[in-house]
Structures are given as structure tokens and as C-alpha cells.
Design a protein around this ligand. Structure first.
Ligand SMILES: *Cc1c(COP(=O)(O)O)cnc(C)c1O
Length: 224
């Protein structure tokens, strides 16, 4: 771990609390491309939620970490042929971007694990290379999730364009918050707006995020 570029868990928790006073903002520690040892080190400090981008890497790490008290979020793009594996091993899937994934996840979810928590991913800046539903289609996707008892709709997720200007990023966060508020009015159990990463998590929290996903700030830079 690079001691120069990483911040301690406690320091990040204090920054999260300061950006959203009185709110309970969930920290998902993004452990992609980092070993299970790094997960266990943070878990020993009380961190519970972890995020992985790649289904197979995540499944292997869940097994290697071997801790039943951790909660695992899939935050990377999901291919149809990985849905069954994801539904069996993860607790959350944050990247629902098309209806086709829903029956594949629902049918593979082991009943004894309870409903799989899902977020609809919104491609808020309409980036050609990024997954996610168009903002106008997100609520229809939420409607579709509600038809599967094996899936629990928990909210929305977005990754704003990292190259956008600060003003454009603020607009993207505001668009997501408005969409989230509409979704909350429509589907009462919704409680999660997942946005904000190492470089912008405080701004995301001030804009209404209830969950931030932080990787490099906690674990150090990832090798390309
Ligand atoms: C990698 C990743 C993160 C964490 O990014 P950092 O900048 O390292 O904090 C968050 N969300 C998603 C979807 C990611 O792929």
C-alpha cells in the first residue's frame, strides 16, 4: 500500500461525516484488483461494504476473504452470461441497465439468501462508452424490477463523466438527485443514491448521495 496516496479509513469516514452532517452515508470500499488481504485489513478496522467490478474476480475474493460479515456490491458492467454467478455470490448489483438482466438475476438468486439488492445504473452524461440506462428510461427499469420478488429495488447509481467541467459535474449530480427523488416518491423502499468516488465523493454527498464508492484513496493506485 502506498502511504503517500492512501488515506486511513478513519480519515475518510470523518470526511464523509463532515460532508453530510447527521446523515448516514454508506461507504463502499472498492477493492477491485486488490488482494483479499487488503479487504481483511479494512474489515478488521470495521469496514463492512466492499465493491468489485469483475464478477469472477469478486467471487474468488469473496471466497478468499472468507468472512460472512461482509457485504459485497457488484459495481462493474454486467454481462448476461455472468448474471447467475453474480446473483449467487453478491449482496448488491448496482449496474442494472437493461430489462434482460432481471430474469437472469432473479431466477438464479438462491431463496435462502433473500432478495438481491439492486440499483438501476443511469448513464447521466449520455457517454457512448459507458453502461447505464438513459435518464428517461431509468424509471421504466425501476418499474420492471418491482415485478421480481427475488430482487429488491434499492435505488439508483451513476458514474458522472470524469472529464467533465466542475459545472457539468454539478449538473449531473443534480440530475441524479432529482431522478432519485422522483423514484423515492414512486417506490417507497428506495433508499440508495450511489454516486461519488475518490476524487469527488464530498461533492457527491453534498449533492445528495447516500452511498459513495471509494477505491484508490483507500487502497492506493491500481496498476493499469
Ligand atoms: C473503480 C470504481 C470506483 C472507485 O474509483 P476510485 O476513483 O478508485 O475511488 C467507484 N465506482 C466504480 C463504478 C468503479 O469502477
Amino acid at each position: 500500500m502506498s502511504m503517500v496516496l492512501t488515506a486511513s479509513l478513519g480519515h475518510i469516514r470523518r470526511r464523509i461525516a463532515a460532508a453530510g452532517p447527521g446523515r448516514d452515508v454508506r461507504l463502499v470500499a472498492v477493492s477491485k484488483l486488490k488482494p483479499a488481504d487488503a479487504v481483511i485489513a479494512l474489515a478488521d478496522q470495521g469496514q463492512r461494504h466492499f465493491g468489485e467490478n469483475y464478477v469472477q474476480e469478486g467471487v474468488a475474493k469473496i471466497a478468499a476473504a472468507g468472512r460472512a460479515d461482509l457485504v459485497w456490491h457488484l459495481i462493474g458492467p454486467l454481462q448476461s452470461n455472468k448474471c447467475a454467478l453474480a446473483a449467487r455470490h453478491f449482496d448488491w448489483v448496482e449496474t442494472i441497465d437493461r430489462i434482460k438482466l432481471l430474469p437472469l438475476l432473479a431466477n438464479a438468486r438462491p431463496p435462502e439468501r433473500g432478495a438481491l439488492n439492486v440499483l438501476v445504473q443511469v448513464n447521466v452524461d449520455a457517454e457512448a462508452t459507458k453502461a447505464g440506462a438513459a435518464p428517461d428510461d431509468a424509471l421504466a427499469l425501476c418499474d420492471a424490477v418491482a415485478g421480481y420478488p427475488a430482487l429488491a429495488l434499492r435505488g439508483l447509481m451513476a458514474i458522472p463523466d470524469p472529464a467533465a467541467s466542475p459545472q457539468a459535474r454539478a449538473r449531473s449530480f443534480a440530475t441524479m438527485r432529482a431522478l432519485f427523488e422522483t423514484a423515492v416518491r414512486r417506490y417507497s423502499p428506495i433508499d440508495t443514491l450511489s454516486m461519488g468516488m475518490s476524487d469527488d465523493f464530498e461533492e457527491a454527498i453534498r449533492a445528495g448521495a447516500t452511498e459513495v464508492r471509494i477505491g484508490s484513496l483507500l487502497f492506493g493506485p491500481r496498476s493499469p
